[in-house]
Design a protein around this ligand. Sequence first.
Ligand code: PGA
Length: 259
Amino acid sequence: MAEIVIVRDKAEAGALVADEIAGLIRADPEAVLGLATGSTPLPVYEALRPRLQGVDVSRVRGFALDEYVGIDPAHPESYRSVITREVVEPLGLDPSRIRTPDGSPEGIEHHGDEYEAAIVEAGGIDLQILGIGTDGHIGFNEPGSSFASITRVKTLTEQTRRDNARFFDSIEDVPMHCITQGLGTILRARHLVLLAFGEGKAAAVAGAVEGPVTASLPGSAIQLHPHATVVVDEAAASHLTRAGYYRYAYANKPDWQGL
Ligand code: PGA
């Protein structure tokens, strides 16, 4: 079972996960991070900044989960731009060691395999940060995605395009296709940390954590992972039937276990 940590707010979640990541980087300056975009991980990146002061981050590597296909990498909403703006620059990471999937249409059929090879060559992802979509997607693995899938091109659902239209002028400007790490890719990361905030995510969180393992709710793939941590605020936890047990287990967690 994934470990469920119910926190007061985003700031507490950010501090908790940032402590874990900073500890990972201090222990291994060549740590490989799996980076997520969207609004959910922002408190983690904000909390990481002070924790990495004075820490050598020059050899940290990172792999973003996904990218839009056909978007100009210089567009402010390309995930390359988002990762640069929200993670690479504030944390002082080396941009040449941080990759996003290549969403350029030329040779797109090979870009997934190239990305998989780069992750393997880096030694695999140590800690993968994840958000979850209101439809249960992780990365851009929409409902129905194979649990064995690797990085590849997918068609975004209407719901995801609507959810992401807030970052663009209109829904028509949201790209139709994306290139995303697969569920199989995500499951190979050594530690998964899924965050969710707000009532709008409560059904997806409950399905992912307590529902059946099903491709119809891609977030439920985390139930197959030996080390998955789910950090949620009260609102996102509000549909969980075993919340009392999760609080009890976390309150009594042995210190040596870490996150
Ligand atoms: P959000 O997106 O963090 O902006 O809510 C999460 C997701 O779609 O995976």
